[in-house]
Design a protein around this ligand. Structure first.
Ligand code: SAM
Length: 217
């Protein structure tokens, strides 16, 4: 998804360094404690948040947790930032950056959950390394997640889902939940599902939503 550049979003991002880290220097340690009221709360991170429907909804529903949304595109990040500011979502911080370096930005063993929602599929083999479930990304997630933390992944793209299952399996990850049709699944996980923008669009077309939860231990 490439959003058309919105100058207001760029401006908003520049005006709110307290709420969003814009292309932070990976060599400089980020003081997360000063960015949240209480950094000891459980932490969930979404990578590729898009316009932010998922992460803003979760953050509002779970004041007992902290959330970080990481998004590559400034325009999309600015749209999430606008929601955060308008709705006063204090337990959500944003970062406009490439998640390929996520372990440089976050402390080791700091996150309880990492969410990947409708990640870009990059179907061409020569683009495999860009997929958010490629082994180099998994290594980054393993570093950032706590020992008892886990990854949650949803997509409507069968090719990306199959690829991700193989990639995670080859990496030695353990699958804790798997559904090939989340929206017709009776489990508690499915009942508590929070939709993303893409999920809403693709489910409305009748596409099945694939979902997995996996951990490194
Ligand atoms: N998660 C949203 C949803 O489900 O509606 C948006 C899905 S959109 C297809 C994928 C998003 O991931 C885009 O906004 C894109 O900019 C972002 N993205 C892709 N690669 C990324 C990366 N390496 N780091 C951070 N964000 C990334």
């Amino acid at each position: 998804m490439r959003l058309r550049n919105k100058p207001w979003a760029q401006k908003l991002v520049q005006e709110h360094p307290e709420a969003i880290l814009n292309q932070p220097d990976p060599e400089k340690k980020i003081d997360w404690k000063s960015r949240f009221d209480d950094f000891s709360k459980p932490l969930a991170i979404e990578i590729g948040s898009g316009k932010g429907q998922f992460i803003t909804t979760l953050a509002k529903n779970h004041p007992e947790m902290n959330f970080i949304g990481i998004e590559l595109q400034t325009t999309a990040a600015g749209m999430i930032l606008r929601t955060k500011l308008e709705e006063g979502i204090d337990n959500l911080q944003l970062m406009c950056a490439d998640a390929a370096n996520i372990a440089m930005f976050l402390p080791e063993n700091s996150a309880d959950i990492i969410y990947l929602n409708f990640s870009d599929p990059w179907p061409k083999t020569r683009h495999e390394k860009r997929r958010l479930t490629y082994k180099s990304f998994l290594r980054e997630y393993q570093t950032v997640l706590k020992d008892d933390g886990h990854l949650e992944f949803k997509t409507d793209n069968q090719g990306l889902f199959e690829y991700s299952l193989v990639s995670m399996n080859n990496y030695g990850m353990k699958f804790d939940f798997l559904s090939l049709d989340l929206h017709h699944n009776k489990s508690e996980i499915a009942q508590n599902n929070v939709e993303t923008e893409y999920e809403h669009k693709f489910a409305a077309k009748g596409n099945p939503i694939y979902c997995l939860h996996a951990s490194f231990k």
